[in-house]
Design a protein around this ligand. Structure first.
Ligand code: SAH
Length: 259
């Protein structure tokens, strides 16, 4: 169950496309992963992204272009082009490609050229690089994680894949507790959160522009992705999008102990 609970996947996709996965739910995470891999996997980054688009996970050509320009093979060692989450160490996972695609599509109105983004729980750095690609050379993305080794991993991965993003400071990785956001660079046009919060952190809402959007998993056993919108008058609305399973947005020590 531990493996499964840290999986960063969409429950809707599992239910919709493979009932046999549900049969194995909680008892055989490996079976689950291999069945997911069957659905959109490919033997290249481009093939994986094309399969996700063909499956209707996203429609936007900007998302397609961003995901094709960031090679998932530079962010995960084994089977990078499977549509499944993978362990990256320190109690973290790189999310499944379909969740990255959902996030980019959902946030795309707030990922226009020149916009500023906060990626909380940046882990491998993969999505941070995709977000940077979407906001272009005039935009900026802050990748934030609370485990120093993961901040370094994200830096190394982006340096290996797209060094110009770091050299130009279009991408900056910082260490900190994501529940407090990163006020030094606020406000943000949008905030992506890659780990499940017990409740919506008010600091993140406060650091959002008007208008702006947050994409965040919230909950413990029953987690849902919430789309939090702040309109141009500062009014905040919340919409539940789908059931998911993400690693928790938690304390660094708890994560490292595996609590
Ligand atoms: N988007 C990342 C997801 C990594 S898994 C990727 O696809 O690679 C979730 C990440 O959230 C982990 O890297 C974990 O270290 C981080 N995290 C968990 N709690 C956190 C907190 N309180 N502050 C910052 N990062 C946190």
């Amino acid at each position: 169950m531990r493996l499964l609970a840290g999986s960063n996947v969409s429950l809707e996709l599992i239910k919709h496309f493979s009932f046999s996965i549900i049969d194995n739910f909680g008892t055989n995470a490996r079976t689950y992963s291999s069945r997911m891999a069957w659905f959109c996997s490919a033997n290249s980054n481009s093939g994986l992204v094309s399969n996700l688009k063909r499956a209707g996970i996203f429609q936007s050509e900007r998302v397609e272009q961003a995901m094709k320009s960031v090679d998932r093979g530079k962010y995960v060692k084994y089977d990078p082009y499977r549509d499944s989450p993978q362990q990256i160490g320190y109690g973290a996972t790189i999310s499944a490609p379909h969740m990255h695609a959902h996030a980019l599509e959902n946030l795309s109105p707030f990922l226009r050229p020149g916009m500023k983004v906060l990626d909380v729980g940046c882990g491998s750095g993969y999505l941070t690089a995709c977000l940077a690609e979407m906001v272009g050379p005039e935009g900026k993305v802050i990748g934030l994680d609370h485990i120093p080794q993961l901040v370094n991993l994200a830096k190394d991965n982006v340096m290996n894949d797209r060094p110009e993003l770091l050299e130009s400071q279009r991408v900056v990785f910082v260490l900190g507790d994501g529940r407090k956001g990163y006020p030094e660079e606020a406000p943000y046009d949008c905030i992506h959160v890659g780990a499940a919060a017990e409740k919506l952190p008010q600091d993140l809402v406060d650091q959002l522009k008007s208008p702006g959007r947050i994409f965040i998993p919230v909950g413990n056993h029953n987690q849902y992705i919430y789309q939090i919108d702040k309109d141009s008058d500062g009014n905040v609305t919340k919409k539940s999008l789908m059931g998911v399973m993400y690693v928790p947005l938690t304390d660094a020590q708890k994560q490292l102990r595996g609590d």
